[in-house]
Design a protein around this ligand. Structure first.
Ligand SMILES: Nc1ncnc2c1ncn2[C@@H]1O[C@H](COP(=O)(O)OP(=O)(O)OP(=O)(O)O)[C@@H](O)[C@H]1O
Length: 702
């Protein structure tokens, strides 16, 4: 079939029925081929043929879902081709179909489907496309003749080919010659091929339209970054390409849906094609303008626009979101850099941080290492490299404070005061590390806390019981997934100063495992000669721990590794006598528990002999923890009564002021009397039911 120009496509073309993507003349598109007919076409036409002609195929866009693409051609076509065995040409479309207003009807009177074309005139001049019916896509479709410039085969996940096809011109299927093993049709060429080389001027209304289109295209390209080679090439192309080819070329480049591309393909008339494509171009320009408004322009923005478009991703929202993130990230980076410089870290640490920061800036956010490096830098800036509290040590005040906080423990308190006194005289005191050894609940931890208070330092407790991995102390190397700093560095980050009091609780309960000996890691921490350059594996730079005051506690020295024990000064904290416990209870535990339970001393008074009874009959311990729990149980029981009494007194108080207080006092007396009276009965219950029983007793006696 001839066209109006000199360059012609063959009149017989093998047809590639594509599921997705629309090939427009002047563009190159990749198609995945996996249906039986298309596979046959590739095998017997593209792979076997050696001439240029053999690489030319007709691409019929088909919006059908590939899932439903059976080997068979559509039923309507089968009706038409019955008995012809696909060898004889089937009648042309004009013979086969008549056109009603909106419906395509084949000769037997069966309605095929609705037609989307506005033009219901001659089929040959009005491209009718039924987007829901595959038969029409064979018979009615306009396709693009193209050259297969690349064929790539693969067997995974199933045998398929990927074709790279460059579109040459539109054609219309006149009639189908055969359908097996792949469709071959007689075609009519619709575009002139030489238009790509001639570059003749368009005039009249069409000329005006093409000029407007050209200007819009120039505006669009002008909004992109010219330093990107693809953009520069596109700009050159705009000038060198004949105007009539621009709609096809640009429609394939800008963001358009398949349906829009189909409309462009169907627009055989050039004027109509310009009219259809121009709004798409304008929309793209408006979209870009909007984007530029909503973000700060940076030189490499357009690179991303192109990259996005290349990847076939909607550049609109996603692009802007990413850009926002980028902008934020840019600010973040500057802030992080400032923080690094202001963190007051020593020279080697600063060098490492700046190096990491440089790497981070070059890293895409999607890289897993980005988060790792960022976390590292954030930790580095948070560490108190040069932040410390000023000691406010006054030995006399310290003595008073220690005495106020703890009853008895004379030996321990004396040694602590000596230690503090030496610290006052020689601030850069290296060692010793005090280790309080004694049974549970004798106040080892609480003395440690008091020491921090007397010095005016931050206090941090590191529970070492059960720790059996040395990376718990020293951290993991950053090469590990989920690596973290050790407890020492973590503690420093938490307290935010470099001279806190660290209480290493339960050093005797350190474990050992294949992951190393945590006690060995503690050696460096506790050795005053070494700990000024303690290197956590995660940080990988030295941190000066010499300002940290370490105090250790243990229940026994027997299980403390000798090397560790050797670095510490052991202070034994023996258990308390009965009298000491009574005193501790009345001076510290009862007031503390009353406060914890929101009670006042008027509401609950526990006489000394009651405490003694509780100590001797309900607790069996060297310390006072269990005693404190029992007092807590009593407080809870009284709290119930007082809360009930409160309700009563509140209703009473409206008529009789002060009734609430009387009621509370009454309960207190009542409690004392009933407690002593029924204490004998409590003996047969063990400690766990003590509180509950007491509650019941109070309720009964009330
Ligand atoms: N001499 C004391 N004066 C005042 N309160 C004390 C005294 N001894 C212990 N306590 C109180 O007893 C409770 C338990 O003390 P702490 O937790 O310090 O014991 P510990 O010796 O560290 O026990 P563990 O070995 O089980 O850790 C705390 O509430 C503490 O205030």
């Amino acid at each position: 079939m001839s066209s109006s120009g000199g360059i012609q496509i063959p009149s017989r073309l093998p047809l590639l029925l594509t599921h997705e993507g629309v090939l427009l003349p002047g563009s190159t598109t990749r198609f995945s081929v996996d249906s039986a007919r298309n596979m046959q076409l590739v095998k017997s036409r593209l792979l076997k043929g050696t001439s240029l002609k053999s690489t030319m195929i007709g691409v019929i866009p088909n919006t059908k879902d590939p899932e439903h693409d059976s080997d068979e051609l559509p039923s309507l076509h089968r009706n038409a081709a019955v008995g012809l065995e696909c060898i004889q040409p089937v009648p042309t479309l004009d013979d086969q179909f008549c056109i009603t207003d909106t419906t395509l009807v084949h000769p037997k009177g069966v309605k095929c489907c609705s037609i989307t074309s506005e033009n219901t005139g001659s089929l040959l001049h009005s491209p009718l496309r039924c987007h829901g019916c595959a038969c029409c896509s064979v018979f009615c479709s306009i396709g693009t003749a193209g050259l297969a410039v690349q064929v790539v085969g693969s067997n995974w996940p199933k045998p398929h080919y990927t074709l790279l096809i460059t579109g040459l011109c539109r054609f219309r299927v006149s009639h189908l010659l055969r359908e097996r093993p792949f469709p071959v049709a007689m075609v009519e060429q619709l575009d002139r091929l030489e238009q790509y080389t001639e570059g003749g001027q368009l005039d009249g209304e069409l000329g005006e339209l093409s000029q407007r289109f050209y200007q819009a295209a120039v505006q669009l390209v002008g909004m992109l970054d010219m330093s990107v080679p693809v953009v520069a090439k596109l700009r050159r192309l705009l000038d060198s390409l004949p105007r009539e080819t621009l709609p096809d070329v640009l429609a394939s480049m800008i963001r358009t849906s398949n349906l829009e591309k189909l409309q462009v393909l169907d627009a055989v008339d050039l004027e109509e094609r310009f009219k259809k494509t121009l709004p798409m171009l304008t929309r793209q320009i408006e979209g870009l303008k909007l984007l530029q408004k909503t973000r700060k322009l940076r030189p490499d923005d357009d690179k991303r626009v192109l990259a996005m478009r290349k990847g076939g991703v909607f550049p609109g929202r996603q692009f802007s979101l990413e850009e926002d993130a980028e902008d934020e990230d840019g600010d973040d980076m500057a802030m992080l850099e400032r923080k690094v410089k202001e963190a007051g870290m020593p020279e080697p640490a600063l060098r490492v941080c700046l190096k990491e920061l440089k790497r981070l800036k070059k890293m895409p956010q999607s890289m897993p290492e980005y988060a790792l490096t960022r976390n590292y830098l954030e930790l580095m800036v948070e560490l108190p490299w040069s932040k410390s509290t000023t000691d406010c040590l006054d030995i006399r005040a310290a003595r008073v404070l220690l005495d106020n906080d703890h009853y008895a423990l004379e030996k321990l308190k004396r040694r602590v005061l000596e230690y503090l006194a030496v610290r006052q005289l020689k601030s850069a005191l290296k060692g010793p590390i005090l280790c309080f050894v004694g049974p549970p609940g004798v106040g080892k931890t609480s003395v440690g806390r008091s020491i921090a208070r007397t010095l005016g330092r931050e206090f941090h407790r590191i529970a070492l019981g059960g720790v059996c991995d040395q990376s718990d102390i020293r951290g993991h190397r950053r090469t590990y997934v989920g690596s973290m700093p050790g407890r020492i560095i973590n503690g420093l980050k938490m307290v935010g100063v470099n001279n806190p009091v660290f209480l290493l609780d339960e050093v005797d309960k350190l474990g050992k495992s294949l992951q190393g000996d945590p006690a060995a890691a503690l050696l460096e921490v506790l050795d005053p000669e070494q700990n000024h350059s303690f290197t956590d594996h995660y940080l990988n730079v030295a941190f000066d721990l010499s300002q940290v005051l370490f105090i250790a506690t243990a229940n026994t020295t027997a299980t403390i590794p000798p090397a560790l024990l050797d670095r510490m000064e052991v202070l034994q904290v023996p258990g308390y006598t009965q009298e000491e416990k009574v005193e501790i209870a009345h001076r510290h535990l009862i007031p503390h528990q009353l406060e914890q339970h929101g009670l006042t001393p008027q509401q609950l008074q526990i006489p000394q002999d009651t405490t003694q009874e509780i100590i001797s009959k309900y607790t069996r311990e060297a310390g006072v923890r269990s005693l404190e729990r029992k007092i807590g149980a009593i407080c809870r029981a009284v709290a119930v009564k007082v809360a009930e009494g409160h309700k009563l007194s509140r209703t009473d108080s409206s008529s009789e002021p002060g009734a609430g207080n009387n009621s509370a006092h009454h309960h207190s007396l009542l409690f004392r009397g009933s407690l002593l009276h029924h204490i004998e009965n409590l003996r047969k219950f063990d400690g766990s039911v003590f509180g509950r029983m007491l509650q019941v007793l109070i309720l009964i006696t009330a």
